[in-house]
Design a binder for this molecule. Structure first.
Ligand SMILES: *Cc1c(COP(=O)(O)O)cnc(C)c1O
Length: 484
């Protein structure tokens, strides 16, 4: 029997459109030409793009198949740490597609955009309440964009005080975008090592903080999924030297209704609406990364600001200390609608969101004890980290485990990040997964731990049951094929 022939049902292999196309095929029909033809100077037209010729049915099948291969939250669990891949209630999509919102033009006059402006205004108020911060701009289009806004605010603040500073403290447990955003503003990042518990030690911060340092950027909870217990002391050290505290609040889903960032001495922070506040994300956007500040820093927020005058909402541009405009119009408005709808429908249950997110991550960590090594063994927040230390003796690595998970139908967690843990697997179940599904993930991970001992060679060959086997990632990175 031919080894290539295996009965496994319909396999919809899909070639590239360039391979399928054949000169002369058409996906459209136009009326017969009844006006004669004219010679067109081909120099004027140029060569034209090299698009394949295809029929309509071929194009429809091609894209439908590709969409069926897509793995997403609507098809399965996606425990990708740091990314908060949680299920997004469909009602939020529905509100975002209401014709009054979806069809509104950003150039419409203010008096014709009152509903949209009111939504922006109200969402800012709600987010102030959730974070404990005083003022917010919804303009930044991503978490990293919010960080950039925050760093520009740091810069404007020190400028206004008359003494510019050139460094920023960044813990080794910060998200990778933090040093990049600081560098974009011309700041030199000074790495701050975390202690053996995976959090910041006030003594280390005190040694590094000086009057040339603009402040600190703390990811809290940090990328080890741990809450920075010493945050009050650290914030005081930074403030005493005239610096500002930036909190990367992309992981606010761990602390909503529990920690008021404004009350613990944070001066600036950003949120990721496309993580915590329910918006589908991945594949590059769109997103929204509101930047939140204290009263003292409000004057630096991007323009325009939405303000309320009597019962009217107006856009205000004339703010001389503002860092300026960061995005066309008012940011990615459709994401704001989803977040608004999410907050209104959740109400006080936002606190439960965080409680369930934290509970699920701790449950996974405890259940995996013994099967996987836990590098920082203490209660975690919304994500837990294990690594491949126990599998090392069988030469099974985190990559093998992640690939094998795909055979069992799970999207792998984030791997090899954060860098402070060798072979890290960063598992973020989120609050939207049921106990049954979380138990299934745990069971599968336990099976893989057993397979690592009994059949390590098989793991090296995984995934076995996916459409693609293990890819040559080095060649893909070194010689990317961008044209098909
Ligand atoms: C996701 C994330 C970011 C970056 O957000 P983007 O929207 O991808 O730019 C920053 N910090 C942390 C902690 C994150 O998890």
């Amino acid at each position: 029997m031919n080894d290539n022939i295996v009965a496994k049902g319909i396999v919809q292999d899909e070639s590239l459109l360039w391979e399928k196309g054949k000169k002369g095929k058409e996906g459209f029909s136009v009326p017969k030409n009844d006006v004669g033809s004219f010679e067109v100077d081909s120099d004027l037209l140029g060569e034209g793009p090299d698009f394949p010729d295809l029929s309509e049915v071929e194009v429809v099948r091609h894209y439908t198949r590709l969409s069926q291969w897509n793995f997403g939250l609507d098809t399965g669990m996606y425990p990708l740490g740091s990314c908060t891949m949680k299920y997004n209630p469909k009602t939020n999509e529905r509100q975002a597609s209401l014709p009054g919102f979806a069809g509104s033009h950003p150039l419409l006059a203010e008096e014709l955009s009152q509903g949209a402006l009111e939504l922006i205004y109200n969402l800012e108020q709600h987010l102030c309440e959730v974070t404990g911060m005083d003022a917010i701009s919804l303009q930044p289009a991503a978490g990293a964009h919010g960080e950039l806004a925050g760093m520009l605010i740091f810069h404007a603040y020190h400028q206004k005080k008359g003494a510019q500073r050139n460094k920023i403290l960044i813990p080794d447990t910060a998200h990778g975008t933090n040093p990049a955003s600081a560098a974009l503003c011309g700041y030199k990042s000074i790495p701050v090592p975390s202690n053996e518990d995976g959090i910041l030690d006030p003594k280390t911060v005190a040694e590094l903080m000086d009057e040339d340092t603009a402040g600190i950027m703390i990811t809290n909870p940090n990328t080890l999924g741990l809450f920075e217990d010493n945050i009050l002391e650290i914030n005081k050290i930074v403030h005493d030297k005239g610096g500002l505290v930036y909190a990367d609040g992309a992981n606010m889903n761990a602390v909503m209704g529990i920690v008021q960032m404004g009350k613990i001495g944070v001066d600036v922070m950003h949120l990721n609406l496309h993580k915590t506040f329910s918006t589908p994300h991945g594949g590059g956007g769109p997103g929204s990364g509101p930047v939140c500040v204290t009263k003292e820093l409000e004057k630096f927020l991007p323009v325009p600001r939405v303000e309320k005058q009597g019962d009217k909402f107006i856009l205000v541009d004339n703010r001389p200390d503002s860092i300026g405009k960061l995005h066309a119009f008012y940011g990615n408005f459709s994401i704001l609608i989803r977040a608004y709808s999410y907050i209104l429908t959740m109400g006080k249950d936002l606190k439960k969101v965080s409680q369930y997110a934290v509970l699920s991550a701790n449950y996974i960590k405890e259940k995996l004890r013994g099967d996987f090594h836990i590098p920082y063994d203490r209660p975690c927040m919304h994500e837990c980290i294990v690594n491949d230390k126990l599998q090392e003796e069988n030469h099974v690595s985190t990559l093998d485990i992640a690939k094998r998970l795909m055979d069992y139908g799970f999207h792998p967690p984030t791997i090899y990040f954060p860098l402070v843990v060798s072979g890290a697997m960063m598992i973020e179940p989120t609050e939207t997964e049921s106990k049954e599904d979380i138990d299934k993930l745990i069971e599968v991970l336990k099976i893989i731990a057993k397979e690592s001992k009994e059949n390590p060679d098989m793991l090296k060959e995984s995934p076995k049951f996916c459409r693609m086997r293990r890819l040559d990632e080095t060649t893909a990175a070194r010689k990317p094929c961008l044209t098909g």
